[in-house]
Design a protein around this ligand. Structure first.
Ligand code: TPP
Ligand code: MG
Length: 803
């Protein structure tokens, strides 16, 4: 539906005042953009990207945005954030300068480029605030369209809150699902696969989300015909339009400079989404970008003269001004006054932000200048130190790094001197290291009481009659207990609902708990994860399934860019404690037996990565995670569902701690470190080695992130003096990761009598069939041979060559 401006009718006085306030905000936001660009060019900030040209659509969207609603958007949305009162112009500049004080820059505490918006959804204890009384923005990321999967989940949560009566008690999280998730995206970014995946899933699920596309016809320098079929995303999406007979989207098209039509459109779209849970798309066309894409270049390079002239004329602020005057809402003098004030307001906010930012930095610099000054007084290097001190004092706009470099330089110069007061400088270095850790590096994982690392350990209890069941039944009992214990827990994924997943760990649980608790989804790994991100941001506890580990790649970008860095990039302001359940390691062929652990470890720092050897350990991990606020990936052993295990009596309560290895076998000659399905293979090899008189200590690390937090492996190495790291990843993958941890971090190198060994799969993907598996992944004989060879090398007389 194309919304056009309505024919003028008389506008009331209070409406006029609202309109003028909107115009004022549009002008202030524009001034912030103009000033921001200048600040970058003056060298006061490194990069800038601004929301100029999008002021009116965002003001209109903000009018439809209520307490309890959520935004998942991108870098152009400053005006919206101002309009919902979740960002001040001063905070906006604090982010541009990268002020690390969370009070001054609440979105990311200076960790992200400007234009990355977020509200603080957690209180100081890490618990969710009552989100229904706040206007919420989830934390932006830079990868274009990366905000879309999360948007789906934010909207999906409303569906759960509305449909699942057991959730109605959480009235701080939702009011019966009446909340809308607002997404924004640039026109060019709609070319990304995850945009289409999200749109399709939203239409299938019928969730309350309003997707706005700010269409300026460009993606940096590339015009629309390179991006979008027919040059129009609403034309492309026309098949999603709902009809009387079929669900789908309500699609609106509106001009980005038409104030009245924009307001009308957003009211309609939000009402439909909020009340009827119909997803809507607002394609905002004829949008301009007055300053071009970002501070990286100027748009004169790629826009035609005609386009530039058109953009000048159809600049939304200019059009609003024209409209106000043509409607006779006020005289031009009043508008000129508003415009003048806007310049002052933005400038004043900018100046305050700069003053705060530099004052913070100057503390460091002044302290170092003063300490170096007093060291110089008592040093034979007085002249050199004084010159260094003065160079720091005369640095224009010094930053922390300048102070740190000078401090280290000075300590190097005076390293052989005593009694010159250099201890004070060493103390400063130590204090700064801690502060800078806090400023730039903390909150990779939860640092709150509810961290997964603080969960009480409750051992599994077995009695003599503990029955032996299939591994999958252990999980089934665990999930059954979790679903009945906590209304916020729910599970979904491909084939999880009706058949209870391809290995039946949820068998029968949809019948028992309903299809909102145990749910099938389409085949769309990326948005399955997005669905879980959004829901967990809103306080729910999804256990979300990626059917096979090999298909995690489809979701890896979202896991890496959105989930894993969420707590870090908001400095503990938001959390998404989703549990990703998948199955992998040993089975058959290229896409059903992968173990790409290096890939996972290197891309998912910020999530915990758990690799239990059996389903009982897995169940204990699920119980631990469900009590904590960290996101995690748990990889079950594909070939373990039919193996018999004893089921613990306390299946719903027992917990397995993270970062604590399990010694499966004690021995004296070599320590073998492994995990997952390789545990059984290594144990069999250890049996065979024992028959040859070689005694192996076998350690299951159980979790790769975190890794052996108590440094227990090195204790084993102290005894055996030899070590092997065994897994199914490629060479240099997770085996190398484990080796670095033990030999370098735990100082294990000191205790080695032989070279450290890694035993891994071949460099290619695993071959199909039992023989394929045997010849491409490490097998019992491989482990035997490599360990035997190592021991034989050290003591040849005792262990003669075999082959
Ligand atoms: C995945 C990814 N690819 C490339 C980029 C670099 N990049 C940043 S913005 C942008 C253009 C986006 O254009 P559009 O979606 O139309 O938004 P606009 O900036 O025009 O509002 C590109 C290519 C990125 N951030 N992420
Ligand atoms: Mg664009």
């Amino acid at each position: 539906m194309t919304v056009k401006a309505r024919k003028s009718i008389k506008i009331s006085k209070s409406k006029v005042s609202e309109i003028l306030k909107d115009y004022q905000l549009a002008c202030e936001s524009r001034e912030a953009s103009l000033l921001g660009r200048k600040e970058v060019f003056m060298g006061k900030a490194k990069f800038g990207i601004f929301g100029d040209g999008k002021e009116l659509p965002q003001i209109a969207m903000a009018k439809a945005f209520r307490n309890g609603d959520f935004r998942s958007g991108y870098y152009r949305d400053q005006t919206f954030m101002f309009a919902i009162d979740q960002l001040t112009i001063q905070q906006y500049f604090a982010q541009l300068y990268a002020h690390t004080d969370v009070e001054k820059e609440p979105a990311s505490a200076g960790r992200l480029m400007n234009g990355h918006f977020a509200t603080r959804m957690l209180d100081e204890k890490g618990q969710l605030k009552d989100l229904v009384n706040h206007k919420n923005s989830t934390a932006d990321i830079s990868p274009t369209a990366g905000q879309m999967p999360r948007l789906l989940g934010l909207a999906y949560a409303s569906k759960l809150f509305r449909g699942n009566k057991d959730l109605h008690q959480y009235d701080g999280l939702s009011i019966n699902g009446n909340e809308v998730a607002f997404g924004t995206i640039g026109n060019a970014s709609t070319s990304e696969g995850m945009f289409y995946e999200t749109v399709n899933a939203g239409g299938v699920l019928q969730v309350p989300m309003v997707i706005s596309i700010w269409d300026d016809e460009f993606g940096i320098s590339v015009p629309k015909e390179f991006h979008t079929t027919k040059g129009s995303i609403s034309k492309v999406l026309a098949g999603f339009q709902r009809t009387k007979k079929e669900d789908g989207y309500e699609i609106f098209v509106v001009k980005g400079w038409d104030y009245e039509a924009l307001i009308d459109t957003y009211q309609k779209a939000a009402k439909l989404s909020r009340e009827q849970h119909v997803p809507t798309i607002v394609h905002v066309i004829e949008v301009t970008q007055p300053q071009g894409h970002s501070t990286s270049g100027s748009h004169e390079r790629y826009k035609t003269k005609d386009r530039l002239a058109w953009e000048l004329e159809y600049d939304c602020n200019a059009q609003m001004r024209k409209w106000i005057l043509s409607e006779g809402l006020c005289g031009e003098d009043a508008l000129i006054e508003i415009e003048k004030q806007a310049v002052l307001t933005a400038k004043d906010a900018k100046n305050k932000a700069w003053k705060d930012f530099t004052a913070d930095l100057k503390e460091d610099v002044n302290e170092v200048i003063s300490i170096v000054g007093s060291i110089a007084e008592n040093s034979q290097y007085k002249n050199e130190l004084t010159a260094i001190k003065e160079s720091l004092a005369s640095t224009v706009n010094p930053i922390r790094m300048d102070a740190m470099r000078i401090a280290k330089k000075v300590l190097r110069i005076v390293k052989s001197e005593e009694g010159n007061g250099k201890e004070t400088l060493k103390g400063w270095l130590k204090k700064s290291a801690a502060l800078n850790w806090d400023r730039y590096n903390n909150f990779l994982y939860s640092e709150y009481e509810s961290s997964a690392m603080n969960v009480e350990v409750i051992p599994a209890k077995f009695n003599n009659e503990s029955s032996q069941v299939d591994g999958r039944e252990v999980l089934q009992a665990c999930f059954d207990a979790a679903l009945s214990r906590d209304p916020k827990v729910f599970a979904f994924g491909e084939d999880v609902g009706k058949i209870g997943d391809v290995n039946q760990a949820f068998a029968g649980l949809q019948d028992k708990y309903g299809d909102l608790k145990v749910t099938d989804t389409g085949i769309r790994e990326c948005t399955i994860i997005g669905q879980a991100i959004g829901a967990s941001l809103r306080g729910l506890r999804p256990i979300v399934e990626i059917q096979y580990l090999d298909y995690l790649l489809y979701a890896l970008q979202t896991l890496s860019d959105d989930v894993a860095c969420l707590q870090y990039r908001t400095k503990g302001g938001q959390k998404a404690p989703l549990i990703v359940r998948t199955r992998g390691h040993r089975l058959e062929g290229v896409w059903h037996s992968g173990s790409p652990m290096g890939m996972i470890l290197h891309s998912l720092r910020g999530m915990y990565v758990l690799v239990p050897r059996n389903m009982t350990q897995a169940a204990g991990f699920y119980n631990t995670l469900l009590q904590s606020d960290d996101p995690a990936l748990l990889i079950e052993c594909l070939n373990g569902y039919r193996l018999k295990e004893s089921i613990p009596e306390n299946i719903g309560e027992f917990t397995v701690p993270l970062g604590v290895p399990d010694t499966l076998r004690t021995g004296d000659d070599i320590t073998i470190v492994t995990y997952g399905s390789m545990c059984r293979i290594v144990m069999e090899a250890a049996d065979q080695l024992a028959q040859e008189g070689i005694s192996c200590e076998v350690i299951d690390v159980q979790t790769l992130l975190p890794f052996d937090i108590g440094h227990t492996i090195v204790e084993s190495l102290k005894k055996t003096n030899r070590i092997a790291f065994v897994d199914e990843d490629v060479p240099g993958g997770a085996s190398a990761f484990m080796m670095q941890k033990v030999l370098e971090e735990q100082n294990g190198y000191r205790y080695l009598d032989s070279k450290p060994l890694t035993i891994s799969a071949h460099e290619h993907r695993p071959a199909y069939s039992s023989d394929g598996d045997y010849f491409s992944k490490p097998n019992v004989e491989d482990v035997f041979d490599k360990v035997y060879e190592l021991i034989s090398e050290a003591t040849p007389g005792q262990f003669p060559e075999i082959y």
